[in-house]
Design a protein around this ligand. Structure first.
Ligand code: G3H
Ligand code: 13P
Ligand code: ZN
Length: 324
Protein backbone atom coordinates (compact mmCIF):
# COMPACT_ATOMS: atom_id res chain seq x y z
CA UNK A 1 0.00 0.00 0.00
CA UNK A 2 1.39 3.40 -1.04
CA UNK A 3 -0.10 6.42 0.67
CA UNK A 4 -0.44 9.39 -1.66
CA UNK A 5 0.70 11.72 1.11
CA UNK A 6 4.10 10.03 1.04
CA UNK A 7 4.35 10.91 -2.66
CA UNK A 8 3.73 14.61 -1.93
CA UNK A 9 0.23 14.56 -3.45
CA UNK A 10 -2.94 16.07 -1.98
CA UNK A 11 -6.60 15.09 -2.20
CA UNK A 12 -9.14 17.47 -3.73
CA UNK A 13 -10.98 18.64 -0.59
CA UNK A 14 -8.99 21.76 0.13
CA UNK A 15 -8.59 22.57 -3.57
CA UNK A 16 -12.36 22.58 -4.06
CA UNK A 17 -13.02 24.62 -0.93
CA UNK A 18 -10.70 27.35 -2.18
CA UNK A 19 -11.98 27.14 -5.76
CA UNK A 20 -15.54 27.56 -4.52
CA UNK A 21 -14.64 30.59 -2.43
CA UNK A 22 -12.45 32.10 -5.17
CA UNK A 23 -14.91 31.50 -8.04
CA UNK A 24 -12.54 29.53 -10.24
CA UNK A 25 -12.24 25.86 -11.23
CA UNK A 26 -9.38 23.39 -10.84
CA UNK A 27 -8.07 21.96 -14.12
CA UNK A 28 -8.30 18.18 -14.43
CA UNK A 29 -6.00 17.35 -17.31
CA UNK A 30 -5.75 13.75 -18.53
CA UNK A 31 -2.35 12.28 -19.26
CA UNK A 32 -0.95 9.00 -20.59
CA UNK A 33 2.76 9.69 -21.06
CA UNK A 34 5.74 11.70 -19.88
CA UNK A 35 5.44 14.56 -22.40
CA UNK A 36 1.84 15.27 -21.42
CA UNK A 37 2.78 15.19 -17.76
CA UNK A 38 5.74 17.53 -18.31
CA UNK A 39 3.51 20.01 -20.16
CA UNK A 40 0.84 19.95 -17.43
CA UNK A 41 3.29 20.40 -14.56
CA UNK A 42 5.37 23.05 -16.33
CA UNK A 43 2.31 25.10 -17.31
CA UNK A 44 0.62 24.88 -13.91
CA UNK A 45 3.81 25.49 -11.93
CA UNK A 46 4.75 28.52 -14.01
CA UNK A 47 1.24 29.92 -13.69
CA UNK A 48 0.92 28.85 -10.03
CA UNK A 49 -2.28 26.88 -10.56
CA UNK A 50 -3.36 23.87 -8.49
CA UNK A 51 -3.87 20.85 -10.73
CA UNK A 52 -5.53 17.45 -10.90
CA UNK A 53 -3.58 14.87 -12.89
CA UNK A 54 -6.21 12.63 -14.32
CA UNK A 55 -5.74 9.00 -15.37
CA UNK A 56 -8.41 6.88 -17.05
CA UNK A 57 -8.57 3.10 -16.81
CA UNK A 58 -7.17 2.94 -20.35
CA UNK A 59 -4.38 5.37 -19.49
CA UNK A 60 -3.45 3.27 -16.47
CA UNK A 61 -3.23 0.17 -18.61
CA UNK A 62 -1.19 2.08 -21.18
CA UNK A 63 1.30 3.66 -18.78
CA UNK A 64 1.50 0.87 -16.17
CA UNK A 65 0.34 1.30 -12.58
CA UNK A 66 3.84 1.15 -11.04
CA UNK A 67 5.34 3.64 -13.47
CA UNK A 68 2.39 5.96 -12.88
CA UNK A 69 3.06 6.05 -9.17
CA UNK A 70 6.67 7.11 -9.76
CA UNK A 71 5.64 9.53 -12.50
CA UNK A 72 3.30 11.21 -10.03
CA UNK A 73 6.00 11.37 -7.38
CA UNK A 74 8.39 12.70 -10.03
CA UNK A 75 5.81 15.29 -11.02
CA UNK A 76 5.82 16.67 -7.48
CA UNK A 77 9.61 16.95 -7.49
CA UNK A 78 9.58 18.49 -10.98
CA UNK A 79 7.06 21.06 -9.75
CA UNK A 80 9.30 21.78 -6.76
CA UNK A 81 12.24 22.38 -9.09
CA UNK A 82 10.23 24.82 -11.24
CA UNK A 83 8.74 26.51 -8.20
CA UNK A 84 12.15 27.11 -6.60
CA UNK A 85 11.23 24.90 -3.64
CA UNK A 86 7.49 25.67 -3.62
CA UNK A 87 5.15 22.95 -4.92
CA UNK A 88 1.71 23.65 -6.36
CA UNK A 89 -1.07 21.39 -4.98
CA UNK A 90 -1.15 18.25 -7.17
CA UNK A 91 -3.81 15.52 -6.97
CA UNK A 92 -3.66 12.18 -8.78
CA UNK A 93 -7.19 11.19 -9.76
CA UNK A 94 -8.75 8.13 -11.34
CA UNK A 95 -11.06 9.24 -14.16
CA UNK A 96 -14.23 7.19 -14.78
CA UNK A 97 -13.50 4.32 -12.43
CA UNK A 98 -15.96 1.59 -13.36
CA UNK A 99 -15.63 -0.80 -10.41
CA UNK A 100 -14.93 -0.89 -6.70
CA UNK A 101 -11.86 -3.07 -7.37
CA UNK A 102 -10.30 -0.56 -9.78
CA UNK A 103 -10.82 2.30 -7.30
CA UNK A 104 -9.34 0.19 -4.50
CA UNK A 105 -6.31 -0.72 -6.60
CA UNK A 106 -5.68 2.92 -7.55
CA UNK A 107 -5.87 3.96 -3.90
CA UNK A 108 -3.36 1.24 -3.03
CA UNK A 109 -1.04 2.55 -5.74
CA UNK A 110 -0.99 6.15 -4.49
CA UNK A 111 -3.99 7.93 -6.05
CA UNK A 112 -5.31 10.76 -3.88
CA UNK A 113 -8.76 10.91 -5.48
CA UNK A 114 -11.00 8.55 -7.45
CA UNK A 115 -14.10 8.82 -9.55
CA UNK A 116 -16.59 6.00 -9.39
CA UNK A 117 -18.83 6.36 -12.41
CA UNK A 118 -22.10 4.57 -11.80
CA UNK A 119 -23.99 6.95 -14.06
CA UNK A 120 -25.12 4.25 -16.48
CA UNK A 121 -26.70 2.25 -13.64
CA UNK A 122 -30.07 2.73 -11.94
CA UNK A 123 -30.13 5.43 -9.26
CA UNK A 124 -30.16 2.82 -6.46
CA UNK A 125 -27.32 0.76 -7.93
CA UNK A 126 -25.28 3.92 -8.54
CA UNK A 127 -25.80 4.96 -4.90
CA UNK A 128 -24.85 1.50 -3.56
CA UNK A 129 -21.64 1.26 -5.62
CA UNK A 130 -20.60 4.85 -4.95
CA UNK A 131 -21.22 4.47 -1.20
CA UNK A 132 -19.01 1.36 -1.10
CA UNK A 133 -16.15 3.24 -2.76
CA UNK A 134 -16.59 6.26 -0.48
CA UNK A 135 -16.46 4.09 2.64
CA UNK A 136 -13.20 2.51 1.50
CA UNK A 137 -11.58 5.69 0.16
CA UNK A 138 -12.33 7.83 3.18
CA UNK A 139 -10.40 5.42 5.41
CA UNK A 140 -7.30 6.69 3.59
CA UNK A 141 -8.45 10.32 3.27
CA UNK A 142 -8.88 9.83 -0.48
CA UNK A 143 -11.65 11.96 -2.01
CA UNK A 144 -14.38 10.52 -4.24
CA UNK A 145 -16.26 11.93 -7.24
CA UNK A 146 -19.61 10.40 -8.19
CA UNK A 147 -21.75 11.04 -11.26
CA UNK A 148 -25.46 11.52 -11.85
CA UNK A 149 -26.84 11.86 -15.38
CA UNK A 150 -25.38 10.49 -18.61
CA UNK A 151 -23.30 12.48 -21.10
CA UNK A 152 -24.00 11.83 -24.77
CA UNK A 153 -21.21 10.06 -26.61
CA UNK A 154 -19.00 7.29 -25.32
CA UNK A 155 -18.68 6.96 -21.57
CA UNK A 156 -17.46 3.81 -19.80
CA UNK A 157 -17.47 2.13 -23.21
CA UNK A 158 -21.25 2.66 -23.26
CA UNK A 159 -22.50 4.84 -26.12
CA UNK A 160 -25.40 7.16 -25.38
CA UNK A 161 -27.03 8.89 -28.36
CA UNK A 162 -28.72 11.52 -26.21
CA UNK A 163 -27.77 13.39 -23.06
CA UNK A 164 -29.68 12.33 -19.98
CA UNK A 165 -29.41 15.54 -18.03
CA UNK A 166 -28.88 15.32 -14.29
CA UNK A 167 -32.20 15.69 -12.48
CA UNK A 168 -31.80 18.47 -9.89
CA UNK A 169 -34.42 16.81 -7.68
CA UNK A 170 -32.18 13.72 -7.29
CA UNK A 171 -28.89 15.30 -6.27
CA UNK A 172 -29.52 15.77 -2.55
CA UNK A 173 -30.61 12.14 -2.14
CA UNK A 174 -27.49 11.04 -4.04
CA UNK A 175 -25.21 13.02 -1.74
CA UNK A 176 -27.02 11.77 1.38
CA UNK A 177 -26.90 8.17 0.19
CA UNK A 178 -23.25 8.12 -0.85
CA UNK A 179 -21.18 10.67 1.08
CA UNK A 180 -19.27 11.70 -2.08
CA UNK A 181 -16.95 14.71 -2.01
CA UNK A 182 -17.90 16.04 -5.45
CA UNK A 183 -20.54 15.40 -8.08
CA UNK A 184 -20.15 15.17 -11.86
CA UNK A 185 -23.28 16.31 -13.69
CA UNK A 186 -24.65 16.09 -17.20
CA UNK A 187 -25.70 19.46 -18.64
CA UNK A 188 -24.87 19.06 -22.32
CA UNK A 189 -21.12 18.57 -22.38
CA UNK A 190 -19.84 15.34 -23.93
CA UNK A 191 -16.57 13.51 -24.43
CA UNK A 192 -14.42 13.75 -27.54
CA UNK A 193 -14.00 16.27 -30.35
CA UNK A 194 -17.51 16.08 -31.86
CA UNK A 195 -19.75 17.59 -29.23
CA UNK A 196 -22.32 19.33 -31.42
CA UNK A 197 -23.65 18.77 -34.92
CA UNK A 198 -22.95 21.69 -37.30
CA UNK A 199 -25.89 24.06 -37.34
CA UNK A 200 -27.18 23.05 -33.89
CA UNK A 201 -27.05 25.24 -30.79
CA UNK A 202 -23.62 24.67 -29.17
CA UNK A 203 -24.69 25.77 -25.72
CA UNK A 204 -24.68 23.84 -22.47
CA UNK A 205 -27.54 23.97 -19.94
CA UNK A 206 -26.26 26.47 -17.41
CA UNK A 207 -29.86 26.75 -16.21
CA UNK A 208 -29.77 23.13 -14.98
CA UNK A 209 -26.44 23.83 -13.29
CA UNK A 210 -28.09 26.73 -11.48
CA UNK A 211 -30.98 24.58 -10.31
CA UNK A 212 -28.54 21.96 -9.01
CA UNK A 213 -26.52 24.62 -7.18
CA UNK A 214 -29.66 25.88 -5.51
CA UNK A 215 -30.41 22.37 -4.23
CA UNK A 216 -26.90 21.74 -2.84
CA UNK A 217 -25.36 25.15 -2.13
CA UNK A 218 -21.59 25.11 -1.68
CA UNK A 219 -21.16 21.53 -2.91
CA UNK A 220 -18.37 20.98 -5.50
CA UNK A 221 -19.65 20.23 -9.00
CA UNK A 222 -17.57 18.63 -11.78
CA UNK A 223 -17.92 19.12 -15.52
CA UNK A 224 -16.71 16.33 -17.78
CA UNK A 225 -16.41 16.63 -21.54
CA UNK A 226 -15.20 20.23 -21.37
CA UNK A 227 -12.78 20.51 -24.25
CA UNK A 228 -13.30 23.51 -26.49
CA UNK A 229 -11.79 21.90 -29.61
CA UNK A 230 -9.70 24.93 -30.70
CA UNK A 231 -10.20 25.34 -34.44
CA UNK A 232 -6.56 26.35 -34.92
CA UNK A 233 -5.55 22.77 -34.00
CA UNK A 234 -8.25 21.22 -36.15
CA UNK A 235 -7.06 23.31 -39.10
CA UNK A 236 -3.42 22.42 -38.44
CA UNK A 237 -4.20 18.72 -38.22
CA UNK A 238 -6.11 18.83 -41.49
CA UNK A 239 -3.45 21.00 -43.16
CA UNK A 240 -0.83 18.39 -42.31
CA UNK A 241 -2.67 15.35 -43.57
CA UNK A 242 -5.33 14.73 -40.93
CA UNK A 243 -9.04 14.29 -41.53
CA UNK A 244 -11.12 15.83 -38.79
CA UNK A 245 -14.50 16.95 -39.98
CA UNK A 246 -16.99 19.08 -38.06
CA UNK A 247 -15.11 18.89 -34.77
CA UNK A 248 -16.89 21.28 -32.37
CA UNK A 249 -16.33 21.87 -28.64
CA UNK A 250 -17.71 23.86 -25.70
CA UNK A 251 -17.31 27.63 -25.98
CA UNK A 252 -14.69 29.02 -23.63
CA UNK A 253 -17.07 31.75 -22.52
CA UNK A 254 -19.50 29.13 -21.20
CA UNK A 255 -16.74 27.34 -19.31
CA UNK A 256 -15.55 30.65 -17.86
CA UNK A 257 -19.10 31.29 -16.67
CA UNK A 258 -19.37 27.80 -15.16
CA UNK A 259 -16.00 28.22 -13.39
CA UNK A 260 -17.38 31.15 -11.43
CA UNK A 261 -20.21 28.98 -10.06
CA UNK A 262 -20.07 25.84 -7.91
CA UNK A 263 -18.20 24.08 -10.72
CA UNK A 264 -14.86 23.36 -9.03
CA UNK A 265 -13.32 20.85 -11.47
CA UNK A 266 -13.29 20.95 -15.26
CA UNK A 267 -12.10 17.91 -17.23
CA UNK A 268 -10.07 18.44 -20.36
CA UNK A 269 -8.53 15.64 -22.40
CA UNK A 270 -9.41 16.02 -26.08
CA UNK A 271 -7.90 19.50 -26.45
CA UNK A 272 -4.56 18.13 -25.29
CA UNK A 273 -4.84 15.27 -27.77
CA UNK A 274 -5.55 17.75 -30.56
CA UNK A 275 -2.62 20.00 -29.65
CA UNK A 276 -0.18 17.07 -29.53
CA UNK A 277 -1.44 15.60 -32.77
CA UNK A 278 -1.20 18.98 -34.52
CA UNK A 279 2.38 19.44 -33.30
CA UNK A 280 3.51 15.97 -34.29
CA UNK A 281 1.83 16.10 -37.71
CA UNK A 282 3.40 19.46 -38.54
CA UNK A 283 6.95 18.27 -37.92
CA UNK A 284 6.49 14.92 -39.64
CA UNK A 285 4.94 16.53 -42.74
CA UNK A 286 7.46 19.39 -42.95
CA UNK A 287 10.49 17.22 -42.20
CA UNK A 288 9.77 13.78 -43.61
CA UNK A 289 13.34 12.67 -42.98
CA UNK A 290 13.03 13.29 -39.23
CA UNK A 291 12.99 10.19 -37.06
CA UNK A 292 14.18 11.38 -33.66
CA UNK A 293 11.09 11.29 -31.38
CA UNK A 294 12.40 14.27 -29.41
CA UNK A 295 12.22 16.38 -32.57
CA UNK A 296 8.48 15.87 -33.00
CA UNK A 297 7.37 15.20 -29.43
CA UNK A 298 9.31 18.23 -28.15
CA UNK A 299 7.47 20.85 -30.26
CA UNK A 300 4.17 19.06 -29.56
CA UNK A 301 4.89 19.25 -25.84
CA UNK A 302 5.58 23.01 -26.17
CA UNK A 303 2.20 23.49 -27.86
CA UNK A 304 0.53 21.50 -25.12
CA UNK A 305 2.12 23.62 -22.43
CA UNK A 306 0.87 26.81 -24.10
CA UNK A 307 -2.62 25.31 -24.31
CA UNK A 308 -2.66 24.48 -20.59
CA UNK A 309 -1.41 27.94 -19.69
CA UNK A 310 -4.21 29.46 -21.72
CA UNK A 311 -6.75 27.24 -19.94
CA UNK A 312 -5.68 28.12 -16.41
CA UNK A 313 -5.32 31.84 -17.11
CA UNK A 314 -8.25 32.56 -19.40
CA UNK A 315 -10.80 29.76 -19.03
CA UNK A 316 -10.69 28.24 -15.54
CA UNK A 317 -9.28 31.24 -13.72
CA UNK A 318 -7.09 29.04 -11.49
CA UNK A 319 -3.76 30.76 -12.27
CA UNK A 320 -2.07 32.38 -9.25
CA UNK A 321 -4.30 30.50 -6.79
CA UNK A 322 -1.89 27.67 -5.93
CA UNK A 323 -0.66 29.26 -2.73
CA UNK A 324 -3.86 30.99 -1.54
O1 G3H B 1 -13.47 10.61 -20.41
C1 G3H B 1 -12.63 10.04 -21.05
C2 G3H B 1 -11.24 10.55 -21.10
O2 G3H B 1 -11.07 11.45 -22.16
C3 G3H B 1 -10.26 9.42 -21.13
O3 G3H B 1 -10.34 8.75 -22.33
O4 G3H B 1 -10.57 6.32 -21.76
O5 G3H B 1 -9.63 7.08 -23.97
O6 G3H B 1 -8.30 7.36 -21.87
P1 G3H B 1 -9.67 7.28 -22.50
P1 13P C 1 -13.08 15.99 -23.29
O1 13P C 1 -13.19 14.82 -24.22
O2 13P C 1 -14.09 17.04 -23.65
O3 13P C 1 -11.71 16.52 -23.19
O4 13P C 1 -13.50 15.46 -21.82
C1 13P C 1 -12.57 14.81 -21.01
C2 13P C 1 -13.21 14.19 -19.81
O5 13P C 1 -14.33 14.44 -19.45
C3 13P C 1 -12.38 13.24 -19.04
O6 13P C 1 -13.11 12.64 -18.03
ZN1 ZN D 1 -15.16 12.31 -18.43
Amino acid sequence: MVNYKDLGLVNTRDMFKKAMAGHYAIPAFNFNNMEQLQAIIAACSEEESPVILQVSKGARNYANQTLLRYLAQGAVEYAREIGGGKVIPIALHLDHGDSFELCQSCIEFGFSSVMIDGSSKSFDDNVALTKKVVEYAHKFDVTVEGELGVLAGVEDEVKAEQHTYTRPEEVQAFLNGTGVDSLAISIGTSHGAYKFKPGTDPRIRLDILKQIEERIPGFPIVLHGSSSVPQEYVKMINQYGGQLKDAIGIGEDQLREASKSAVCKINIDSDGRLAMTAGVRKVLMEKPAEFDPRKYLGPARDMLKELYKHKVINVLGSAHHAFD
